[in-house]
Design a protein. Structure first.
Lengths: 400, 413
């Protein structure tokens, strides 16, 4: 039972804990970003220290119980669904501990003792995926390749948001061109395709297997895709590598297709053919929830959001990559040990070259779309939110 | 307890043991000959020095010898792990603190016993085969097959309380045995090396289970990750305190059954005889082929049961995630456990809890900021150190045999 009135060590602790899944760090995306959230918290002095843990499915319960019962951490942030599965049990046992879960709201009812301390950090991932789709359509028209592609991890409902958002964006992009720049679209391969033929999509079935990602991407290139959006974590690094290989093999200059689109973090530093990334600011979500806990405002946020904190285009929780995010990402890559200082100027230069080679009406249009989405003028379908209205089968029938 | 370490590789088609030439060249030393001694010389010599291979009596010196053979690799493992920690800026004390905290902590103890159960079972799979001269490393695949059966019966068949759990266990055992049966057939009728087939079957089993979890057993109500449908409450092992369930009893029962089987039944005596010398066993009228096939079935059943423990005993969720992290590596680690337990069922039982404790200490290491991979280094070095004496021994007998054949008939005792 909670010790009413007695101060727990974790009420004044300035330490945070971050729990990753079995794949651990090294994906330059999800898990590394969750780590970076803690890393930034430490660098900015928000916390004294943060500890990183990794867990497998069958150790998740004892790990979480250990951490929660130790009273050492003001907040526990989890980046894995295995911890989400056992969160209800542990949070009911240790209800004064603060818990944040990325991407999932665990199965906790309002009547449970642990309800007040659990915050689900959810992302409007269809919003920036839509922007990525629009970019894909624009580039397909400008460079004249037939299709856009997307390679995803495992077929779970959370990824439907990415998939359908992207496809919706491709459609929106083509319609916008018809209305505003018909001469760019005229006679191009993508113009001839029907609405549900424009996007090639593959679920690789695994996370953390770059070879599969590369193979899937190469098939999509062969089938006419000139740009591929990776939504596959470690597997997706193979998507980026496939674009790199294609350029090297065909001696294609920077600025020409095939392109790749990164995910989660700005992956434009990995090679000069990653034209943008669909940012999912896991690090920001982690950092913000840690800040809330350290300022004592965590429980208020839980109450205000009914247990969920939404990361959207409006609050910078998701977005499309730009020059600033690349600079931040370079710092992140350095901190993660994936990059040395001397490479940075070259990377920045090549990225500039890549963006400059595209027509200059593309970027303002994407920004305008972003503004419209933020203002609520445009609604992007979100299958995970409303399986009735935006059922995946229905969406795939429309958009491919 | 016999010295079974280098029982030699069993061929079920009869071409085991020394060639007739080598027998003739025996030179009356009482041993079969140079060729045989390369394969089993060390063992034969040790048998003469210590005791009859088939006897169950031991002298004090034997136990001391056994204990030192176990202690030395463990100390080496400690040393290696300590070295890694110290080189990376920690202190040796961290090693002891981590292990101590794991076993004195209620949570650590529960997790250790829960993990150790599956390890004890997969170790039996390897041991039963090894005692027969068969190198059965297919526990991983059989475990996955058992898990498939366990989920099918446990999550999708509504059986009454009391029968359900028994049915789940039976289904898992049958699935595991059936899984390794093709391996047995290939070995018996085509002499296909079982190391190759079992490794391949391990991969097939893993991806088969992944397929089932993602598509056939998928819990469509959960939208945030890919999980299998949870085992029904009637099909679960009763929970003691999550993550520990009464499945832990199997960690004692099955090794004891294996021990009784191997040393107190005729079947077991046949197995061990075949392990020592398949030709002699065949000559004594033992159906070596059938025996070799049956150890695969028995081992598969044990590993299948481990798969059942890791699904119907996976408290508190009782469901398997898409990456199978709850089941992976238990089969392979069981082999290491078997080696540390000197290929004896009861020794493996103790070793399984030890190895499980080491793995559970990952959390303590993470708390101290030490990379948890240190535990893998520890286990790896221990395995290596266990295997090394046999390498050394084999190399020594090889060298001796070569020297002897080069320098002629000078007899060395």
């Amino acid at each position: 039972m909670p010790f009413v009135g007695r101060a727990r060590a974790s009420d004044t602790s300035r330490k945070a804990a971050v729990i990753l899944g079995p794949d651990g760090r090294g994906d330059l995306g999800w898990n590394d970003l969750a780590w970076n959230g803690g890393n930034l918290a430490k660098k900015q002095g928000v916390v004294e220290d943060f500890k990183l843990f990794t867990t497998t499915e069958n150790e998740a319960l004892s790990l979480l119980t250990d951490i929660a019962s130790s009273n050492e951490y003001r907040i526990i942030v989890s980046a894995t669904s295995y911890v989400a599965a056992v969160l209800p049990e542990v949070s009911n046992q240790y209800p004064e501990q603060n818990y944040a879960q990325l991407d999932i709201y665990p199965e906790i009812k309002e009547s449970d003792p642990g309800y007040k301390g659990v915050l689900g950090l959810k992302f409007a991932q269809e919003q920036m995926s839509a922007q990525a789709g629009v970019l894909a359509a624009f580039l397909a028209a400008h460079h004249d390749f037939a299709k856009a592609g997307i390679v995803l991890g495992t077929e779970i409902a959370a990824l439907f948001d990415f998939e359908i958002g992207y496809k919706w964006g491709v459609d929106w992009g083509v319609e916008w061109l018809k209305a505003n720049k018909p001469d760019v679209l005229k006679g191009k391969k993508i113009e001839a395709l029907k609405q549900n033929e424009r996007v090639l999509w593959t679920y690789a079935g695994v996370w953390g297997d770059p070879a599969k990602g590369k193979a899937a991407t190469q098939i999509q290139f062969q089938q006419g895709a000139g740009i591929v959006y990776q939504v596959a974590g470690g597997t997706g690094l193979g998507v980026l590598a496939a674009a790199d290989d294609a350029h090297k093999a065909g001696n294609i200059p920077i600025g020409r297709p095939p392109f790749a689109i990164g995910v989660d973090s700005d992956q434009g530093w990995i090679n000069p053919y990653v034209i943008t990334s669909g940012l999912k600011r896991v690090d920001l979500a982690t950092l913000n929830s840690i800040k809330l806990a350290m300022d004592g405002k965590f429980r208020d946020a839980v109450a205000a959001g009914k247990g969920v904190m939404w990361m959207t285009l409006a609050n910078g929780g998701v977005g499309l990559a730009n020059e600033q995010t690349l600079v931040d990402a370079l710092q992140f890559a350095k901190d993660a040990g994936s990059l040395t200082e001397d490479k940075i100027p070259g990377i920045l230069a090549r990225n500039k070259e890549l963006r400059a080679a595209q027509p200059d009406w593309i970027w303002p249009t994407l920004d305008q779309l972003g503004t419209d989405i933020k203002a609520g003028k445009v609604e992007v379908p979100k299958p995970s939110a409303d399986p009735e209205k935006w059922g995946i089968k229905k969406m795939r029938a429309i958009y491919g | 307890m016999g010295h079974q370490e280098d029982a030699g590789h069993l061929r079920l088609d009869g071409r085991n043991g020394a060639s007739r030439q080598a027998v003739a060249a025996g030179r009356g030393t009482g041993r079969i000959g140079a060729r045989c001694s390369i394969r089993r010389g060390g063992q034969l010599r040790r048998d003469r020095v210590h005791h009859s291979a088939m006897s169950a009596t031991h002298s004090r010196g034997d136990w001391l010898h056994e204990a030192s053979l176990v202690a030395a690799p463990l100390l080496l493992g400690f040393a290696a792990a300590a070295a890694v920690i110290v080189v990376n800026g920690g202190s040796i004390g961290m090693l002891f603190t981590a292990f101590y905290n794991t076993v004195t902590n209620r949570n650590g103890l529960l997790q250790t016993v829960a993990s150790g159960t599956a390890l004890a079972l997969t170790a039996q799979c390897f041991i039963i085969g090894f005692r027969c001269g068969v190198f059965n490393i297919g526990a991983e695949g059989a475990l996955f097959a058992g898990a498939i059966a366990a989920i099918q019966v446990g999550a999708f068949w509504p059986l009454p309380q009391g029968i359900h759990l028994a049915a789940v266990m039976l289904a898992a055992m049958l699935a595991g045995a059936a899984w390794l049966y093709p391996v047995a057939l290939l070995k018996t009728y085509r002499n296909v090396n079982e190391i190759v087939t079992t490794i391949m079957m391990n991969f097939i089993g893993r991806y088969l289970l992944a397929f089932f979890v993602m598509w056939v057993f998928r819990d469509t109500k959960v939208d945030t990750g890919a999980f299998s449908v949870p085992i029904r409450p009637t099909g679960r092992f009763p929970v003691i305190a999550s993550p520990l369930t009464w499945a832990c009893l199997l960690a004692v029962v099955v090794p004891v059954v294996a021990y009784v089987l191997l040393w107190h039944t005729r079947f077991g005596a046949h197995i061990r005889a075949t392990g020592y010398n398949a030709d002699a066993a065949r000559g004594a009228g033992i159906d070596v082929r059938r025996l070799g096939a049956m150890v695969f079935l028995a081992g598969g059943a044990a590993a299948g049961l481990a798969g059942c423990v890791l699904t119907a005993g996976l408290s508190p969720t009782f469901k398997v995630g898409e990456d199978l992290s709850a089941l992976r590596n238990f089969g392979l680690l069981g082999i290491s456990v078997a080696m540390i337990g000197r290929n004896h069922p009861l020794g493996a039982m103790l070793a399984s809890f030890f190895v499980a404790a080491v793995r559970t200490s990952r959390f303590q290491f993470q708390k101290m900021g030490v990379a948890p991979e240190v535990t893998e280094i520890f286990i790896g070095v221990v395995i290596f150190a266990f295997a090394f004496p046999y390498v050394f021994q084999s190399a020594a007998t090889w060298i001796k045999a070569i020297r002897r054949s080069r320098w002629g008939s000078e007899e060395h005792g």
